[in-house]
Design a protein around this ligand. Structure first.
Ligand code: AMP
Ligand code: MG
Length: 320
């Protein structure tokens, strides 16, 4: 996480000529990043699904230690209460179990983050996840895929966006990270850094690293015997968390137990629970990459909203 001195990105109409040139260079990097990641996933056999934005069901984002939502958006359509997508996790689990063994979505997430998060440099109130899921995959499968994608991306951008990366002062700084990335257990990080381990870790690392075993929402797999969670976050140096993922729960009794333990309303997840009870929910694993954070890291942006054409800064609502 960044210090409080982060400058808040301005809207397009207030940018100087030089700032617009930077904005255009970032857009090129974004374009090539999306092209590279989507075509790589397609090559790996993933289907590209289009997102949903309003749905009866969305991610509870609870209990996620990282989440801080100021307002949950709900609206009535056709006499039914629907929620704005916080993440497409539930849709992914169902779609991957029933229909598409490997899928990805470029999914708009609307999260009205607390307004003090304007200053973290990491939060937008609308952002996009490259969200993917694979049936029968292990954590290691997904981590290996992400390592391959990230290494390939940096290599690709250094070739095809040389001019833009130079304008942004990043060409010489970016290098293809070695794989496999180091893996840290969240418990060890807490022991070393205390509660603020996320900030300190991002400052200390020089290469991308994994953090595993993070207690959070019911859908991440938890071994009830050992208490360990089979999930993983990717941290980028100088930035912080760019991806969260996990192997998922699929067993009815465990899902119910976790929802009851967390105070999550089971009636909000009736379909998921029914599919689990009928044995139609399958073991899957996947992850969501924050597209803006990833590109912010590539281009060395101070604020994640700088890579958005229309900045979505928590607490700052521009005209466009
Ligand atoms: P989550 O499932 O909450 O971990 O979100 C997945 C990824 O989306 C995170 O690892 C971030 O890269 C990104 N992300 C989450 N919240 C935000 C936000 N408010 N603004 C920008 N990116 C975010
Ligand atoms: Mg996360």
């Amino acid at each position: 996480m960044k210090a409080k001195l982060v400058k808040l990105p301005k809207p397009l109409e207030e940018l100087s000529g030089e700032e617009l040139e930077r904005k255009r260079a970032i857009a090129r990097v974004m374009t090539l990043t999306l092209e590279y990641l989507t075509s790589s996933l397609i090559r790996e056999g993933y289907e590209w699904l289009l997102p949903v934005i309003l749905s009866r069901v969305t991610d509870p984002l609870w209990p996620d230690p990282g989440a801080s939502i100021e307002k949950r958006l709900e609206v009535e359509i056709y006499g039914v209460r629907v929620r704005a997508t916080l993440s497409m996790i539930i849709h992914k689990m169902v779609a991957c179990s029933l229909a598409y063994p490997k899928l990805f979505v470029l999914s708009p997430n609307i999260r009205v983050e607390r307004r003090d998060r304007a200053w973290t440099g990491l939060h937008a109130y609308e952002f996009t996840q490259l969200d993917f899921e694979a049936r029968g995959a292990s954590s290691r499968d997904i981590m290996g895929l992400v390592e391959k994608l990230l290494r390939g991306l940096v290599e690709h951008l250094k070739k095809s966006a040389r001019e833009e990366l130079s304008i942004l002062g990043r060409y010489g700084v970016l290098r293809v990270p070695d794989a496999p990335f180091r893996v840290y257990d969240r418990e060890d990080l807490e022991a070393k850094y205390g509660g603020k381990w996320e900030v300190e870790l991002a400052r200390d690392i020089r290469e991308p690293v994994w953090v595993v075993n993070i207690p959070r929402q019911f859908y991440d797999y938890e071994d009830f015997e050992t208490g360990r969670w089979d999930n993983y976050d990717l941290y980028l140096p100088g930035l912080g968390e760019v991806l969260s993922g996990a192997r998922r729960e699929w067993e009815y009794e465990k899902l119910v137990k976790k929802m009851e333990r967390d105070g999550v309303r089971k009636e909000n997840y009736a379909l998921l629970l029914r599919l689990a009870r009928e044995g139609r929910l399958k073991p899957t694993a996947g992850a969501g990459i924050g597209v803006e954070r990833l590109v912010a890291w590539v281009v060395g942006a101070e604020h994640v909203c700088e890579v958005q054409p229309f900045p979505r800064i928590p607490g700052v609502v521009y005209e466009l």
